[in-house]
Structures are given as structure tokens and as C-alpha cells.
Design a protein around this ligand. Structure first.
Ligand SMILES: [Zn+2]
Length: 266
């Protein structure tokens, strides 16, 4: 059969991973910026990254928010002419073949949970159900007191009543995206722990998995003897510990895996 694989994609490794996936009922995925990049979203770090070009946000970003949440919200209502290339890229982006393949693997009962560092909503838009967005979702709002979350467009925020308050506990609301210096809601990390503990296979996709706390989950999988598979165009610090590394874009490799899995079904 004709395929459009890159020369570096190793067919026998691909078949091995397809077999592992076919047998799995509890694959947990950690998906990172590499997947978003394939949908045209710029990365933050690295060559050409937003922070590399524009500088990193202040490390005490969350403290600044807490000092004056009203000011932070007021600025949201103040039009500025500064071009926000990240926002533009997000608004124009769509899930790619990789996102769609992960949804298929969930529907096949193979993927039980997806942990993502991406804030761009693309996994949800593709239709992924069981998902933890550990860095938040740019289109959601969260209460910093009780951690309840809502899609932004489902709540009305009044300009003359800032900061907006939680209707459950009266806590202050902020954008769900986790700021520098802001703790990740503990309930989210607990969900990731629980999912990883039950996993029978762990996939890291498009992430170097070195950023804490996301990086702890593949390590946890390793320590528990759960086979770790990496899908990434480049080598990462995790590569030497993984059972199989598939080198290439996820938008290409994941659909190949789906094809192999469906061909083998009798
Ligand atoms: Zn609340």
C-alpha cells in the first residue's frame, strides 16, 4: 500500500505501537505544543517562539493579578492596538489530523484520558471527551477560590462590576489559562495522577515533557512499568527512557496508526 511516510518513519516500529494500542484499554496521552504547532499555532519557547521574540511574561504574573484583579479585568475591556499574533492564530486554528485521530482512539475505547498543556481548545473542538487541560483553556473562565470553570461565552461579565465574582462561592474569576506564579488547581493534578495510575500505556505527543508538573506523569508511568511511547519529530530528554520513539509529526503518525489498527481488526 502506498503511504506518504517521511523517510524517518519506521514501519516496524509503527506496527509495534499499533499492536500495543490495539491491546490497550487504558492509554493515557500527554499532548503538548507540538500538536498545536501543526495547526499553525506559534509555540512560546524555542526558535521563533512568542516569548523568544516578545520576551517572557513577568514571573510574578499571578501576584500582579491578585494585587489588583479589577485593573487586570479593566485592561481586558480596554482596546489596544498591539497586535496579538497568538490570539489571531488561535482564532484561525482548527484541529488537525492528529487531534482527530486521538478522538478516534478514544471512541475505540483505547485512550481513556488525555492530559494536555495546550490552552487552545483544539482537543475539545475535535471532540475529545476525557481531558485535563493542566494549563487551562483560553476560552474558559475559572474561579480562583473553588476552581469551578465555565466557557467564557456562557457567562456575562459586566464592565462596571469588576472583577467578576463566582456565582457559587463569590470568589474572584479569572481567565482559566494558568499564569506564571499561579498554582495549577490541585484537583486537575489529582485527575492526571489517577488516570496515570490506571494506565496500561502512556503516549507523549509533541512535548519535551520537561516542564513541571506535566513532566511528572510520564516519569510516574515509567516508575510503574507502564510502556512509554513518544511521538515527536525531535529527540527529547525523555527519548532514552521510552519503549518506542516515533519520529515525525503527530498529524501524520497518528492517522497511520489508526489505519494499521483498523486493518488488523477482524
Ligand atoms: Zn467559586
Amino acid at each position: 500500500m502506498e503511504t506518504t511516510q517521511s523517510p524517518s518513519m519506521n514501519q516496524s516500529e509503527l506496527v509495534k505501537v499499533a499492536e500495543l494500542l490495539s491491546r490497550s484499554k487504558n492509554t493515557v496521552v500527554l499532548a503538548g505544543a507540538g500538536m498545536s504547532k501543526e495547526s499553525g499555532i506559534p509555540t512560546f519557547r524555542g526558535k521563533g517562539g512568542l516569548w523568544t521574540i516578545n520576551g517572557e511574561p513577568p514571573l510574578n504574573q499571578y501576584e500582579i493579578f491578585l494585587d489588583d484583579p479589577k485593573k487586570w479585568w479593566s485592561e481586558k475591556f480596554t482596546p489596544n492596538n498591539k497586535e496579538d499574533s497568538f490570539a489571531t492564530a488561535l482564532d484561525q486554528s482548527k484541529p488537525n489530523d492528529g487531534h482527530n485521530a486521538l478522538v478516534q482512539l478514544e471512541r475505540l475505547g483505547i485512550i481513556s484520558h488525555l492530559i494536555t498543556q495546550n490552552v487552545d481548545d483544539l482537543h475539545r473542538q475535535a471532540g475529545q471527551i476525557s481531558i485535563t487541560e493542566i494549563h487551562g483553556n483560553r476560552y474558559w473562565i475559572r474561579c480562583i477560590a473553588c476552581n469551578s470553570r465555565w466557557p467564557k461565552n456562557s457567562i456575562s461579565i459586566q464592565k462596571d462590576l469588576l472583577p467578576p465574582r463566582c456565582e457559587i462561592c463569590n470568589g474572584i474569576l479569572k481567565s482559566d489559562t494558568v499564569m506564571f506564579g499561579e498554582p495549577i488547581p490541585p484537583n486537575l493534578l489529582q485527575d492526571c495522577h489517577d488516570a496515570t495510575r490506571k494506565a496500561d500505556l502512556f503516549l507523549t505527543i509533541g512535548t519535551s515533557a520537561i516542564v513541571y508538573p506535566a513532566g511528572q506523569f510520564p516519569i510516574m508511568a515509567l516508575e510503574k512499568g507502564i510502556p512509554l511511547i513518544e511521538i515527536n519529530p525531535e529527540t527529547t530528554p525523555l527519548s532514552e527512557f521510552t519503549k518506542i520513539n516515533l519520529r515525525g509529526p503527530s498529524g501524520q503518525i497518528l492517522p497511520e496508526l489508526i489505519k494499521l489498527i483498523s486493518e488488523n481488526q477482524v
